[in-house]
Design a protein around this ligand. Structure first.
Ligand code: ZN
Ligand code: ZN
Length: 370
């Protein structure tokens, strides 16, 4: 077995151990990032049926060659190609092969109602049990190679930003900055941006999830940049907020509060604490300054094959952090009509604290020279 086959075999073992706990003999995986995690197959249409002895990848005619190339040899996979548009039927056919009385899990949050109805029709042989977050839970704890991939994506993004900010001056459009950043990430090796790059300037920086517009940036304004690179399947995610030219006092004060909240949350990151405890550390800093209602999202999220995955660092998150989880810490403050600041970094959780993936200075509000 090569290392890819070894990784896939270990992941399947971890999933089978979870299935055994739930007294399930198999699992139908219909969520694509989960299929990719468990097989290495990166096509856009696939299901995976895992049973006690093997695993069958089901995809369509466009992906025959790709499946052959990407599925690890020696890891016990079978793959089947469905004729156009009837992948669901093939899944049902496979399910019918299971012996009567088998209990199988399916991903209850990632199966359409129509697909569920078809599966239920074959439930004379198989008892289907909805599971939630099973593969996602396994995915949350990263292997060394996965951490290295996220780290590469994070380095690419940070380097692209450092190159891009030297080009920012009053009059350039948000869209120009986003294009530069995307282009530079690709040139540095990214397959693509991990998500649509957010560049929000002036009062638009108060929109926590702004779409980049064609607005031109002006002197004295905030520019909030939230972006990431996609490298070999893995995502990075980072936010930096700058000022074009001189910052005014209130801009500095808001920035310093966000930085203090971020550093408080980061200091709480270690194996054993809950997502809610980390979130509370950031929120506490804002509460003391009487601005907690201006923090309108959660503190962070896991990062991996998807840009938002488990664990969640939010007010109600019961997720327990474990070593080798990779999470973002991204508090922000948003003042409608005025502007907003967010600072986001990705960190690896360890027994004794966090390790930052890239070391890109955020310690004071960076004023971009005019
Ligand atoms: Zn982000
Ligand atoms: Zn994020």
């Amino acid at each position: 077995m090569n290392s890819h086959a070894g990784a896939v075999a270990r992941r399947l073992e971890r999933v089978r151990a979870e299935l055994a706990e739930l007294d399930l003999e198999g699992l139908l995986v219909s969520r694509l990032p989960n299929v990719r995690y468990l097989t290495g197959f990166s096509g856009s249409n696939a299901w995976l049926l895992i049973d006690a002895t093997g695993a069958t990848l089901l995809t369509d005619g466009r992906y025959g060659q790709q499946a052959e190339e990407e599925l690890p040899r020696g890891a016990g996979f079978e793959f089947l190609i469905a004729p156009d548009g009837v992948l669901g039927e093939l899944v049902v056919e496979q399910a019918k092969r299971q012996s009567s009385g088998s209990r199988f899990g399916f991903e209850g949050r990632h199966l359409s109602f129509a697909e569920w109805e078809r599966l239920r029709d074959v439930s004379l042989a198989v008892e289907w049990v909805a599971v939630s977050g099973l593969v996602e839970g396994v995915r949350a704890v990263k292997e060394e190679e996965e951490i290295a991939a996220i780290e590469t994506a994070a380095r690419i993004a940070a380097t692209a930003l450092a190159e891009t900010v030297t080009l920012v001056e009053p009059g350039v459009r948000e869209a120009d900055i986003a294009s530069e950043l995307d282009y530079r990430m690709r040139r540095l090796g990214a397959q693509r941006p991990a998500f649509e790059t957010i560049i929000a300037s002036g009062a638009r920086s108060a929109l926590p999830h702004a779409a980049t517009s064609d607005r031109s940036v002006r002197e004295g304004e905030f520019i909030l940049c939230d972006f990431g690179a996609h490298w070999r399947g893995y995502c990075s995610d980072m936010t930096r907020t700058f000022v074009v030219g001189e910052a005014e006092t209130k801009q500095r004060e808001v920035y310093e509060l966000v930085l203090a909240a971020q550093s408080a949350a980061r200091s709480a990151l270690r194996a054993g604490v809950s997502g809610a405890e980390v979130d509370a550390m950031a929120r506490q800093v804002f509460a003391e300054a009487d601005v907690e209602e201006r923090f309108v999202h959660s503190t962070g999220h896991g990062l991996g094959l998807e840009v938002h995955e488990d664990p969640r660092l939010g007010r109600r998150s019961e997720d327990r952090l474990e070593s080798n989880m990779v999470v973002t810490v991204e508090p922000g403050l948003y003042f409608p009509g005025w502007g907003g600041v967010r600072i986001e970094d990705a960190l690896v959780v360890t027994e004794d604290g966090p390790r930052a993936l890239v070391d890109l200075e955020a310690s004071e509000l960076q004023a971009l020279p005019l």
